[in-house]
Ligand binder design. Structure first.
Ligand code: ATP
Ligand code: SKM
Ligand code: MG
Length: 176
């Protein structure tokens, strides 16, 4: 099977933004698991959470992920923020030979980005700014256990998109 690079990390860590830029630089197609889920369901993630709750969303996420990792063509795949943290998703990725990259950002940087982008993210949409900090601190701590199991951990804090893409490309192309 050809190579798939999957970007993982907390909400707002730049998976979609850097994923697109990385794909362009490597001349690979780019796909976003969240977009694939929405296309598959024919509705938005916000609606999926509202109608079936998080459990139904996670089932669908695993189903779409399983299809994505079986693609013959190489690609850069941006995962959802929670993808590696549920069920057997990490095993599914690594068993298929996918190179996973954790885009690591500090709490302060994530908070700064997520303050401005809450509405389309159902897990944090209802939180006030104060609650948001408390929520992210705890949630990130819990999720790091999974994120740190990525094939590569790349610190992208304070980097421009171009710098971050270069660092990610170097990590997955030139190391084992
Ligand atoms: N290197 C960067 N420097 C500055 N801003 C960035 C950088 N990368 C991404 N951003 C900005 O951060 C925000 C979040 O990025 P993005 O949507 O790509 O994150 P994500 O990890 O895909 O989030 P989600 O898990 O919610 O899908 C966007 O507004 C984007 O423009
Ligand atoms: O962090 C999460 O659990 C999520 C992040 C988004 O990418 C979406 O997959 C969804 O909003 C859930
Ligand atoms: Mg995204």
């Amino acid at each position: 099977m050809s190579e798939i690079i999957a970007l993982l990390g907390y909400m707002g860590s730049g998976k979609s933004t850097l994923g697109k830029a990385l794909a362009t630089s490597l001349k690979l197609p780019f796909r976003d698991l969240d977009d694939q889920i929405e296309a598959h369901a024919g509705t938005s993630i916000k609606e999926l959470f509202a109608s079936g709750g998080e459990i139904a969303f996670r089932k669908l996420e695993t189903q779409v992920l399983t299809t994505e990792v079986q693609r013959e063509q190489g690609q850069v795949l941006a995962l959802g923020g929670g993808t590696p943290c549920y069920g057997q998703n990490l095993d599914i990725l690594h068993a298929a030979g996918v190179k996973t990259v954790y885009l690591k950002l500090s709490l302060v940087s994530l908070l700064e980005r997520l303050k401005r982008g809450r509405a389309k993210r159902p897990l944090i949409a209802h939180l006030t700014e104060e609650q948001l900090e408390e929520f992210i601190r705890k949630h990130l701590f819990e999720r790091q256990f999974y994120y740190n199991q990525a094939s590569y951990v790349v610190d992208v804090d304070g980097l421009t998109v171009e710098q971050a893409v270069e660092r990610v490309a170097r990590a997955c192309l030139y190391s084992k």
